[in-house]
Design a protein around this ligand. Structure first.
Ligand code: 2NL
Length: 356
């Protein structure tokens, strides 16, 4: 093979450089190969007339073919470069501007608290159950041992939908439905939206979230009840949080109790938030009234249980020092994003704050 053919062969290898070249490199490649004065290919083509006919034909054919290949590759690269510059800087886009931050949604703080509470009870064997928001008087009141003349049954206090249908005032109807459908043992937590004709003020909302919990089995005692709720409080607040139970009254539990936890603000020494008592009321609870079991055709001689109800908004307010329940409903992103955590990290976060 002639020296010239070998040179053309090694030149062909350098075609690969063209598609990667930036503007300046492309100009240099163009000059190096095709330059009118000293381009390598130009020089070879210029030398053709002095070659013997046989070699002239072979070198000429190869050199011309290679020249066309270079021209095509360079054209193509020039067009690519031009397209990308006109699309961005050429069209007035400032490529030095900082990028816009990526916007992402978040889980509402009340939903985070609901999930966290349910998750702890989940570890204790409670399943999460939901049910309808429009209920009958039977499921919302009578099955729960409310007397016919209880004030909650008044249209002044509840949102009636017509007939005996109303927006549920608590999530207890879901427990009644569960009792009617499944045989004990039952361990459930029931989060969901509830409605009452309350004024919309700093501590009340006509629509609010509730979590009720419920356990029914043979041999469930007051000890199971206190231990379950105290354990939950130590998991949710902190491992050293003390709880106390005070007697109370609900138509659906007997005996009934309110559970307080040590004030999360002052730690129990007394402050304005706990009205100097050192305690904060967290939930209402009690042993399931036998009449409720009887109403659901569950043998109240054989089975016992405990139940409780709590307000996640109130718990979120106590935990995060939120002064007004209406903030949860305003949809003001400046408020909400303070609690914005990417949802896949939520369990992780609870584990991290576990022993605060
Ligand atoms: C409160 C009080 C409570 C219950 C809810 C319940 C449900 C059934 C049977 C017995 Cl089906 N009890 N639920 C029991 C005690 C208290 O809620 O202050 N909630 C915010």
């Amino acid at each position: 093979m002639s020296d010239l053919l070998a040179a053309l062969d090694s030149l062909r290898e350098r075609l690969n450089e063209v598609p990667q070249a930036d503007e300046r490199q492309l100009q240099e490649l163009k000059t190096e190969f095709l330059g009118r004065k000293a381009g390598v290919l130009t020089e070879i083509l210029k030398a053709l007339p002095g070659l013997p006919p046989e070699e002239r034909k072979r070198v000429g054919g190869t050199a011309n073919a290679l020249k066309r290949e270079f021209e095509r590759a360079i054209d193509e690269r020039e067009r690519d470069l031009k397209r990308s510059t006109t699309a961005l800087s050429g069209s007035g886009v400032d490529l030095t501007m900082p990028g816009r931050p990526q916007w992402h949604g978040g889980v509402h703080i009340v939903t985070q608290v609901v999930d966290e509470i349910c998750e702890i009870f989940g570890e204790l064997g409670f399943s999460r159950v939901t049910g309808p928001e429009a209920e009958t008087e039977r499921y919302n009141f009578y099955a729960l041992n409310f007397p016919k003349d209880h004030p909650a049954l008044d249209a002044q206090d509840s949102f009636y939908l017509g007939g005996d249908m109303l927006l549920r005032t608590h999530t207890s109807p879901v427990q009644i439905r569960t009792l009617e459908t499944y045989p004990p043992p039952i361990r459930i937590v029931v989060p969901g939206r509830c409605y009452r004709r309350d004024p919309f003020d700093a501590s009340h909302s006509p629509v609010f979230e509730q979590i009720e919990g419920f356990a029914v089995d043979e041999g469930i005692s007051f000890v199971d009840f206190k231990a379950t709720l105290a354990l939950w409080a130590r998991r949710f607040f902190s491992s050293t949080t003390k709880v106390r139970f005070r007697p109370s009254y609900f138509p659906f539990t007997e005996p009934s109790a309110e559970m307080d936890v040590q004030c999360q603000i002052c730690g129990g020494s007394g402050c304005p938030a706990c009205k100097q008592s050192g305690w904060m009321e967290i939930l209402g609870s009690g042993m399931v009234h036998p009449a409720v079991l009887d109403n659901c055709k569950v043998d109240s001689e054989k089975y016992t249980g405990f139940a409780w109800g709590m307000g996640p908004e109130r718990i979120a307010m106590l935990r995060y020092g939120i002064p007004d329940i209406r903030l949860f409903f305003d949809s003001d992103v400046r408020f909400l994003e303070q609690f914005s955590v990417i949802s896949s990290l939520l369990s992780d976060r609870r584990l991290k704050t576990d022993d605060r």
